[in-house]
Ligand binder design. Sequence first.
Ligand code: FUB
Length: 478
Amino acid sequence: MKHTTLFLTAAILYGAGCLDGNAQTDHKMPMPDLNKVNMPLFQTKYTADPSPLVVGDTLFLYTSHDASPEDIPDENERSSAGFFMYDWLLWSTTDMANWTEHGAVASLKDFKWRSRENGAWAIQTVERDGKFYLYAPLHGHGIGVLVSDSPYGPFRDPLGEPLVWQREHWNDIDPSVFTDDDGQAYMYWGNPHTYWCKLGKDMISVDGGITQLPHIPNYQEGPWFYKRGGHYYLGFASTCCPEALGYAMSDSPIGPWEWKGYIMRPTQRDRGNHPGICDYKGHSYIFGQDYDLMHLDTYIHHERRSVSASEIVYLEDGTIPEIPYWLDQKPMQQLKWLNPYQRVEAETMAWGKGLKSAKMGIPNTGVVKDMPESTGKKNMYIYDIDNGEYIRLRGVDFGAGAKQFSISAAGTGSCSVTLRLDSENGPVIGTAKISGTGSPDAYKQFSAKVKGAYSVHDFYLCFGNVDGEVRLDYWQFK
Ligand code: FUB
C-alpha cells in the first residue's frame, strides 16, 4: 500500500510535467539511470535541429544551438520562452556512445547581409567533391550557403546574398540538400509549406524555379531529404504541436510524395522536433530533438532543446517501423570501445551535465557582434567544474591494465579528479590532484598512479575539492 501511494505520487508529479510541454510547474525530471535510459547526446550546450554527415570513419553532427540563459545578451530576455539562436555547433563520434564537441563552426556573423541578430535556425551540411556546403536559414531573409574545405570549417559565404529568398513570406526555413546518383542536387525546405528547387553543379546556385509541393499529410517543417535502396524519402517534423517525426516516400526526387507514417509518434513529453537521418557503419539512425535535458532542471517551457538519437530499421519495402519515445528506449548501442591509451579530449564524453566547454582563445560571449567569423578546428577545453560533477565515458577498453593517468589542465584554481569505473560511485582506480598553474591558459600535466583498471568499463572522471577555476584540455592512460 505504501509502495502504491509512493508510486502514484511520483507518477502524478512526474506526469504533471510530462503531460504538458507548456506546464508552468517547476517539477523536475528525476535523473534517469544512464545505463537504462536513452538520454540526449550533449549536455554542455542546448542543441536542436540535428544534421548528420558521415565523412570516412566519422559521423559528424551539426546542430543548432539554443543559448543558455546566461548567454542571452538582453538580461530581460533570459527567462523568455522563445528562440535565442546565434551560431551552429559541430559534434562527432566514431562509436555512437561517446561524442566529441567541436564548438561553434559558423554563426549569423558569417552572413554579412543578415537582417537579424537572432535566428540561426536549422541547417544542413553536405559534402560534394571534397567541399562542404552548409545551408542555413536566415529567418525572414531567405536561405544562405557557406562553403568550406573541411567539415570543421572555416566556412565562408561565397555569394554575399541569399541563395533563395521568397520575400512575400517567412516560410524559407529548414533547408535539406541531397545530390542524386546522376549528380543533380535538390534542396527541399519550408514551414508550413514544402518547397523544392534544383541546385546548380556548383551547389551555390539555383537551377530553374522554386516549386511548392501539394501539402503532404501531417507535414509541418524540418524536411530531411535522402535516397536509400532506390526509394526517395522526406522525413519531417509533423504538425505542431507536439511535433513528431513523420516521413513520406516517392519514386522520384520531385514527388509525388506519399505519407507513410510516424517514425516517432507525437507525445506530450515533446513539443518541437526536427529529424536528421543517416546510415553509419552498417546501422541506420534517426536524430531528433526534445526538452529532456532541460526537464532535469525544470518543466517550465523554454526553447532549450536537446538532440537525441535512435537506431531505426528499414523493412523490405523501404518503410520504417515506428520507434518509441527516446526516454522509453535503451541507451544507444556502442559500435566500438574507446581507446584510453591515446589522447582523449576532455570534451569527449557520453555524459557531463553541469560542465561548460569553449574553444581555446575564443571568448564564448553569445553576442553576435563580438563573435569571430567561422574559425575552423580549434582545441577546446572544459570549464565551470563544480563539486560532484563528472565526465562519463562509455565502453573504455583498458585491456591488460592501466598504470598511469595524466590530464592536461590549467587555471588559477584546484580540484581533485577521482577516477572511477562503472559509475560515479564505482571502484576508484586513482586520484589526480590539479593545482593552480598561474593562468587559465597555462596548461600543465597532472598525473596519478592507477590500479585495478582492466578490460572494458564505463569510466568516470569525478570532480571534488573544487576551489576556483580549472580548465581541462585532454587526458590519457599509460
Ligand atoms: O530551431 C528553430 C526551428 O525550430 C527550426 O528551424 C525548426 O525545424 C524547429 O526545430
